[in-house]
Design a protein around this ligand. Structure first.
Ligand code: HEC
Length: 206
């Protein structure tokens, strides 16, 4: 009996403790650490950092995993004549000119470049032939010996009347298009796509 009274009265006390006059008060908190984390939240002020930001920026030069071939890839050549010359000397295309890459380069070229540079790369895209734009050089003419590094530099920063294409095409796409532009420098002959026909042959034998 004594035990029952003790249990009931303790229960009543606990229940009453929850009835605070302030309706906004959460009342009794059992183990407040479980409600309120001791760690800083992402956008909270953090007095441990000089700039008080809790959400930190990545270390300078950080590249996301798999990001080498995206727009996050660092580009160390400045937008100057010296940068252009240095890129021309040192930058090499990391992507091999396989038939599949050339086909993809052609596809990208037809999306991003053909309206100025023309299907044959002769500078006679429809913007030029329609009289809306002028001064596009021919790849197999004036630009016959242009190095791939200079091409990449021009895609990054643009050149005179050609704007930068850095935001339209990422690093992989730039180098892929350059492979195709190099075939246009040599007159546009594409090697036969042996990978596709090899795949076809292997399906035939099955
Ligand atoms: C709006 C028209 C336009 C578009 C679109 C355009 N270009 Fe150009 N491009 C030009 C003009 C104009 C020049 C000549 C720049 C100069 O030397 O004055 C040029 C020059 C170039 C050169 C020579 C750069 C050098 O170093 O001398 C390359 C290579 C080139 N373009 C590639 C491309 C590729 C690849 C694309 C598509 C991703 C592209 N262009 C899209 C107009 C364009």
């Amino acid at each position: 009996m004594g035990l029952l009274v003790a249990v009931v009265s303790t229960g009543a006390l606990v229940a009453l403790e929850g009835c605070k006059s302030d309706p906004a008060s959460p009342g009794f908190e059992y183990m407040p650490d479980m409600y309120r984390s001791a760690s800083y939240k992402a956008y909270e002020v953090n007095p441990n950092f000089a700039d008080s930001m809790e959400a930190r920026l990545p270390v300078k030069g950080t590249i996301p995993r798999g990001g080498m071939y995206t727009n996050y890839a660092p580009y160390e050549y400045p937008n100057t004549n010296e940068g252009y010359e240095a890129a021309g000397l040192n930058l090499k295309n990391p992507i091999a000119a396989t038939p599949a890459i050339l086909a993809e380069g052609k596809r990208l070229y037809e999306v991003f470049c053909v309206h100025c540079h023309g299907e044959k790369g002769d500078g006679q895209g429809w913007l030029v032939t329609s009289g809306k734009f002028a001064g596009v050089p021919s790849y197999s003419g004036q630009l016959k010996d242009l190095t791939e590094g200079k091409m990449y530099h021009t895609l990054m920063y643009g050149k005179n009347m050609m704007g930068s294409h850095a935001s339209q095409v990422n690093m992989t796409e730039r180098w892929t298009i350059i492979r195709y532009v190099q075939t246009l420098q040599k007159g546009g002959a594409m090697p036969a796509d042996t990978t596709a026909s090899a795949a076809k042959d292997s399906t035939k034998t099955k």
